[in-house]
Each structure stands twice: as C-alpha cells, then as structure tokens.
Write a protein that binds this ligand. Sequence first.
Ligand code: ATP
Length: 601
Amino acid sequence: MAFVGRGQFLTEEEEQNKPVVTLALIKRVMSYLRPYWKQMTLVLLAISLSSVLGIAPSVLTGRIIDEGLIGKDWYLLIELVLLSLGVTLGANLIGVLESYLNTWIAQHITYDMRCMMYRTLQRQSQKFFTNNNQGDIITRMTSDIQGVQRIITDTFSSILSNTITLIVALIAMFQMDWRLAIVGILVVPLFIIPTRRAGKTRWTLTREAQAASDEINGILNETLSVSGQLLVKLFGREEYEYERYEKVNKRQVRLNIKENMAGRWFRVFLSTTTSVGPMLLYLVGGYLIIFRAEGLSVGDITVFVALLSRMYGPVNRLLNIHVDWVRSMAMFTRIFEYFDMPCEITSSENPVAISKPTGNVRFENVSFSYDEERQILHNISFDVAKGKSIAIVGPSGSGKSTIVNLIPRLYDVKSGRVLVDNVDVRDIDLQQLRSLVGIVSQETYLFNGTIRENLLYANPEATEAELIEACKRANIYDFVSSQEKGLDTLVGNRGLKLSGGEKQRISIARVILKRPSILIFDEATSALDSISEKKIQEATEPLIKSHTSILIAHRLSTILAADEILVVKDGRIVERGTHKELVGAGGVYSLLYETQFKIER
Ligand code: ATP
C-alpha cells in the first residue's frame, strides 16, 4: 500500500525555495531531451500499449465470471484464461522494453549533463574552488544529476502511464455502466483525501524522528572523536555531555514509538477505507440487479471493483505531480546555475603567441584583492630578467603566494599588469601561459597512483630515460631505485605513503619534466629534517641557476641562492636588494634575519 510515501510532500525549505518556472527554463530542459526524441516516441508508444494491456485482464475477469463460470462454458473459460495470461505477459514484456528505453535515455541525458558540468567546473577559476565548499560541488555533480535521471525514469514516465491507465479505466467503466462509473469516480476522492491527510501527519513524525537521530549522530561525532574527547576531559564536561545525550536519546525513543504507531494506525485506516469503495459498488450494483433487474451481471460488478482498485494508485500519483515538478525544476535550476556561471579567467580571443619563450617576468604597479573588502597587494612592481632569480620574503600572510599566483593567472590583477616575455599575461593563450610556468608548491599534491603516473602528468610523452634523468636531477632517484617496484611504486592517497621530503622531490622532478621557462618555488614552511632539506636544496639550486626563478623563501640557503631579495609586508614591497645590503639597512629584513634566519647559520 504505497499510496502515500515519505517523499510525497514538500518540506518547508522546498516550499520556500520554489524555483521560478519560466518558459525559457522549460525550453532549456527540453533541449536536453530533444536529441533523444526518437527513443522517447518509442517509450511513449510502449507506455501507452502496456497501460492499455494492463487494464485488459480486469475487463476479461468479467467475461470469465459471466460467460465461463456462470455460463458454464468450459472451452470459452480456457480461452479467456489463456488470453488473460497472454495479455498480462505481453504487458509485462512491453514494460521491460519500456524500462530499458527509459534507462537508456536517462543515462544518456545524464551523461551529457555530467560531461558538460565537468567541463564547466574545469573552466572555473581558482577563486571558485576556494569560495565553494568541495562537498557542494561534488553533490551537484553527483546527486543533482542523478536526480535528473530519476525525473526522467520515474516522473515523466509515471505521468504518462498513470494518465493513460486512468483514461482507459474510465472509458471502460463508462462503457459498461454510467451509474456505476459515477459511483466509482465519487469513491476515489473519498479514499484519497483522508489518506493524504493521514500520510502527512505520519510524514511529519518521520521527519522529526530523523532530526532527532541526526542530532544524536552529531553529538556522537563531536564528543567521541579523539579531539572531542580530549576537550570533554580537559574541561570536565562528562556529566554535561551525558545529560545532553540522554535528553535527545529519550526524545528519539518517544518519537520512534509515535511514528511506528502512526504507521500502524495508518495501515488500519488504509485497509478499511480501501474496502469502502468495493462495498459501495456491491451495494449500488446489487440494488440495480436485484430491484431494477437491469442488464448488469455479476461479472460487470467484479470488473468495476477491479478497475476501481486500479485507479487509486494513478490518481494519488497524479496528485503528487506538483511535488515532483517543483523538485525537478529546482534541480534543473540548480544545475543550470552552475552551467551559467561566468568563467572569470579565460583565454584572450586574440592571443599573442610567444614563439621563443625566454622567461622574463615583470610586475607593473600590480594591485590585487580576493574580495571587495580587503586589498591584499598594493602597487607591486619588480622585474626578473631571463635566467635570474628573486627571493620573496616576508611575514606570514604578507601576500607572497598571492604575488606568484598572479603569474599563471590563477587570479587576475585588479589593476596594473603582469608581463611574461613583455606580453600581458591576459593576452597570452592560457594553455601556453601555464605551460611556461612551473610551480613547486608548499603543499605537494600527488595523485593516488604510481610515481611514474605522477611524473607523466607533467609530460605524458616523456621517455623512461627522461623520467630517470628528472628523478636524478630532483635528487629522488636513490629513493626510487631503492624501492622494489621502482617508478611503479604506489604513492598512496595524496602521496601519503611518502615522507614530506620525498613528495617535494617528486614534485620537483615533475616540474623538471614540464620544462617550464619560469620556475616558482614556494618553499615549505613546515620543518623537514636536515638531510631532506639538504637533498631538496641540492636539487633546487641548479634549477634556480638555469631558470628564471621566483622563490618564496623561508630558509636562508634559498634566499642566498637568489640574485635579488624582495621583502614584502602587508602586501607592499618594503625593501629590496641583496642579502648584504638588506642586513646592513636595519629594516624588516634585518629583523627577520635576526629572529628567523640567523639560527640556520
Ligand atoms: P604564508 O607565508 O603564510 O604562506 P603569504 O605571504 O604567502 O603567507 P598569502 O597566502 O599570499 O600570504 O595571503 C595573503 C593574504 O591574503 C592573507 O591575509 C590571506 O588571509 C589572504 N588570502 C589568501 N588566499 C585567499 C583567498 N583565496 N581568498 C581570500 N583571502 C585570501
């Protein structure tokens, strides 16, 4: 008796956030269905046919009773029984074809949408990914698009099949006897309205019980985690937490009992009301047969009862269509919102090709802010000539990483210009620009796979010899060859099977394989042991010498390897020069040197 299911009512939240359905939205939804119109026409035919055939056994029952059983015609009885079985089988087989076609269409449409969504997301700027919760992005890629599939397989086909079933049932009823047909129609709302009321009450209880269960899970997650328990213990909050837990636990018990009983009463109510319809038909039909001696037969009344019970489901389902409709439109609206997001960082329409990149970088009065509220960089200007290197130093949060992120256009400047080989980066083709810049970032990101796969990510065409050469230059070859599987060693999820130093050196090898003209090295602030650090230093120094390099330096050795030092504070370049000059100047750098770097010496 699944007449009233749990998801048949809109939640308050859904009610409040009802999407605005415009003709344009419907047209847009249709545009995704259009490529599959041929398959959809077939589905339409299959649904119509199986709905009509589905009604046939109910109608045949009348003839079985009247002509076969009461008329005692053995051969006709066999014929009708076989026909009824055949029709049922036929309807079911067509149903299978319909499901296949439906799933096929839904899968293809969601495939199209998923691909489009992935492309849209790939084109988004870094800002999008820092501003949006990763969970939300993934939900939209998976659940929302899965929702679309459900709409197509369930909602669309159910509207169609239920409407057809209902129409056929009504036609059959009116053809047999209009008086009984009217009784039948009047009985349906008598049943539907109260069951929907009761269903709603039960649904509210279910939701309350669910909320209590979520709350319990929240408390458990919070207080039984390692850090949560530590907090509870250190602040002596055991009793408080216990009471909090007990209270919700008790509430859940109460709600669960209430919900279960509501469910039980609901079933009692449902089975009683469903039997009212047939009884009424028996009474009215019986009256007509007994007192009016009308041309009605016992079989006719049985057919009416069978048709009536076939009508409840479709009527109820059709009454719920607005819920499905609101949900599906909300889902499409959410998906389209993503599709319509403007891409903040795109390639210039007429890009300037850099035929022989040299790797010269220049910042001209660059100002930048992530949002409207706070300006992060103020009038930054500097120049790194081909093959030269600069070290950027400064307190944490002063804007060092922000400066380098502007070079490969992870973000765009608010004013001023960033130039690579004397061309504004916004005028260079984005693909080419990014191929010119190699970044070894503070937090090394390796994909779950082998060392080889991670290296090939930078250059899929690299030969075995090139891979080995890169590993050697990155000072990681000893480690690789000491592993049983060599380059085919698995690095684990995000490279967790490797030490911080090993990961960094693999990411250096990866950058070497990319052969960039400009090297950006964002030195890790986290402490590595001195051997690891030395190995990294040995790997990076020759690279710095052979490339135009920008180093965000946290260690004296890296700073000393650079040709010039820029000292950044609060988004401004406050000092520049060589180590010797800056130490002598007695400014920010000399303070940093005294407090931070001198210890290294
Ligand atoms: P560290 O040495 O600690 O890495 P940093 O000098 O590299 O620091 P940045 O990462 O450039 O500093 O950050 C400069 C400022 O910009 C900080 O105040 C930071 O909070 C802010 N910031 C960084 N990234 C974002 C972002 N995506 N959105 C908004 N603000 C940001």
